[in-house]
Ligand binder design. Structure first.
Ligand code: AR6
Length: 177
């Protein structure tokens, strides 16, 4: 189904799955994580707590993904993933790989949940400090490569501001097929 690039509030997206740029605690935080937990409500937090208790006592590793209900939001699922913290990966290439993993594992999980649409925020580019242009190219390449074998999925990139959407657009312009 292809790719949609837009500006908006991801908590309002009518997609099968929206992705949360979480931290390894999975219990909420600032940025888009805070917005998603506020909009999702207590049922989502309860599921997060249960997953931590039953499957992830040490937290969600960077690059991995888990799903919960979207609670009161229009989406069916929230896929919580943890992007890398820029400067804390050992090397820049390792940060690239971990960011790509966060996208890839979220896509795979959405596919397993039988979703045909998934909306991503710009993972790691806020509080976690990943350079926006570099993150854009990684997100774009990872998603396009994955779509070659899963053409039924619609992937939305949802930016919180027109400025962030423009930065993304510019960064991937040369890479667009
Ligand atoms: N809809 C879409 N995008 C949004 C929204 C929204 N409602 N709100 C913010 N953004 P960040 P990170 C954008 O910092 O860098 C949290 O505390 C925002 O403008 O939310 O992965 C977690 O708990 C930016 O472009 O995520 C972690 O501790 C993008 O979402 C840490 O922050 C991502 O910024 C994760 O940091």
């Amino acid at each position: 189904m292809g790719i949609v690039i837009k500006t908006g509030d991801i908590t309002k997206e009518e997609a099968c799955a929206i992705v949360n740029a979480a931290n390894s605690s999975c219990m909420g935080g600032g940025g888009v994580d805070g917005a998603i937990h506020r909009a999702g409500g207590p049922q989502m937090l309860e599921e997060c707590k249960r997953i931590r208790r039953e499957a992830l006592p040490d937290g969600l590793p960077t690059g991995q993904a888990v799903a919960t209900t979207a609670g009161k939001m229009p989406a069916r699922y929230v896929i919580h993933t943890v992007g890398p913290i820029w400067g804390r990966c050992g090397s820049e290439e390792e940060c690239d790989r971990l960011l790509s993993d966060a996208y890839l594992n979220s896509l795979e999980l959405a596919h397993k949940l039988d979703c045909r649409s998934i909306a991503f925020p710009a993972i790691s580019t806020g509080i976690y400090g990943f350079p926006k242009e570099r993150a854009a190219r990684i997100a774009w390449q990872t998603v396009n490569e994955w779509l070659k074998t899963h053409p039924e999925m619609e992937v939305r990139f949802v930016f919180h501001s027109d400025r962030d959407r423009e930065i993304f657009d510019r960064a991937v312009r040369e890479e667009k097929p």
